[in-house]
Design a protein around this ligand. Structure first.
Ligand SMILES: [Ca+2]
Ligand SMILES: [Ca+2]
Ligand SMILES: [Ca+2]
Ligand SMILES: [Ca+2]
Length: 294
C-alpha cells in the first residue's frame, strides 16, 4: 500500500520511487486558534508532532497539501482581505496566489496539481472559480445570486463537488470541472455541506443537519444514493476529510467541549480525538507524507 501511495503522489514524474520513505508518517493539516488567532498547523495522523506553520495576527486557515505533497495551500487575511497563499511544508516561502480586493478563500489543488479551485466574492456573492496554480487564468464556474462554497475535486479531476444555497438550504452539488452539468446530490429537508470525495471516486463524505439535531458526518455514493450517518452523536460533527488510502475519515467535533480533530473508520467505528488542546481545532485535510520534497 505504501508503494501505491508513493506512485500516486508522484504521478507521472520521473522522481525515483526510492524517494518515498517507507515509514514516513501520514500527516493531517488543520486550523486552530489555540495560540490566540487562527493559524495553520500540521500533525502526524496519530495526533503526535502538532506543529504551527503560520504565525501572524491575521486569520490563516484551511490548509491542504498539493498533489506532489511538497506545498500547502491555504487562505489568509495577512494582507488585509482574504487571499490564497501557498507555502512549503514547514511554513516557509509563503507566496500569494490571488490578488483581488474581494474575499478569496477555500482553495483546493486539482489532482494533477495544475489548477486550483476556490471560492470568491469578486462578482458580488460567493461563486466557485478555477485558476492555474500560478494564479493566472481565473475562470468562473458558477453564476447565481446565492452562495456557492468549498469546492473539492473528484479523484479523477474531471468533477468539482461543492455546496450551494440555491434551493434556500445548503445542498451538495457536483459539476464538471469546467462548470457544466451541475447536479444536486442531496435533498432531504436539512442542510448538507462540506463535501469530501473519497480517493476511489465512489463516495462523498459530508456534513448534514437532516436529523434535526446536531450536525453529523454522512457518507453517500457519488450519485447521492444511500446516505449513511457515521457519527450519531449529540455534539456537532463537521468537515470530513478522507485518508489517502480511503480507510479512515478525519473530522472536527465539539463532543469533548471544544472543537477537536477526530479520526474514525469509514463505517463510523473507533472515533479518536487527535488534537486534545485548548482552543478550536478544525478543517482537517489529510495526506500521506512524502520525503521527496526539497
Ligand atoms: Ca494567524
Ligand atoms: Ca482577495
Ligand atoms: Ca453564487
Ligand atoms: Ca452530531
Amino acid at each position: 500500500m505504501r508503494m501505491a501511495l508513493c506512485l500516486l503522489a508522484l504521478g507521472v514524474s520521473l522522481v525515483p520511487i526510492s524517494s518515498c520513505a517507507a515509514d514516513a508518517p501520514e500527516k493531517i493539516v488543520f486550523s486552530s486558534d489555540r495560540d490566540g488567532n487562527e493559524e495553520v498547523y500540521v500533525m502526524n495522523a496519530d495526533g503526535s508532532g502538532q506543529t504551527r506553520l503560520t504565525d501572524n495576527p491575521s486569520l490563516d486557515s484551511y490548509g491542504s497539501y498539493s498533489p506532489s505533497q511538497c506545498r500547502i495551500i491555504f487562505y489568509s487575511k495577512r494582507d488585509g482581505d482574504s487571499e490564497i497563499y501557498a507555502m512549503d511544508l514547514d511554513g516557509s516561502r509563503p507566496a500569494r496566489v490571488t490578488q483581488h480586493p474581494a474575499l478569496d478563500y477555500a482553495p483546493r489543488w486539482s489532482p494533477d496539481g495544475k489548477r486550483v479551485a476556490f471560492s470568491s466574492t469578486r462578482d458580488g456573492n460567493p461563486e466557485i472559480y478555477v485558476m492555474d496554480a500560478s494564479g493566472r487564468n481565473v475562470r468562473r464556474l458558477t453564476r447565481n445570486d446565492v452562495g456557492d462554497w468549498v469546492p473539492s475535486w473528484s479523484a479523477a479531476g474531471n468533477e468539482i463537488v461543492f455546496h450551494s444555497r440555491r434551493t434556500g438550504r445548503r445542498e451538495i452539488y457536483v459539476m464538471d470541472s469546467d462548470g457544466k452539468n451541475p447536479k444536486r446530490l442531496t435533498d432531504n429537508g436539512g442542510d448538507n455541506y462540506y463535501p469530501s470525495p473519497s480517493p476511489d471516486g465512489q463516495r462523498i463524505a459530508f456534513t448534514s443537519e437532516r436529523d434535526g439535531g446536531s450536525a453529523e458526518i454522512y457518507v453517500m455514493n457519488a450519485d447521492g444514493s444511500q446516505p449513511v450517518n457515521l457519527t450519531n452523536h449529540p455534539a456537532d460533527d463537521i468537515r470530513p476529510a478522507w485518508s489517502p488510502d480511503g480507510r479512515r475519515i478525519a473530522f472536527a467535533s465539539n463532543r469533548d467541549g471544544n472543537f477537536e480533530i477526530y479520526v474514525m473508520d469509514t463505517d463510523g467505528n473507533n472515533p479518536t480525538n487527535l488534537s486534545q488542546r485548548r482552543g478550536a481545532d478544525n478543517k482537517p485535510s489529510w495526506s500521506s507524507a512524502w520525503s521527496g520534497c526539497p
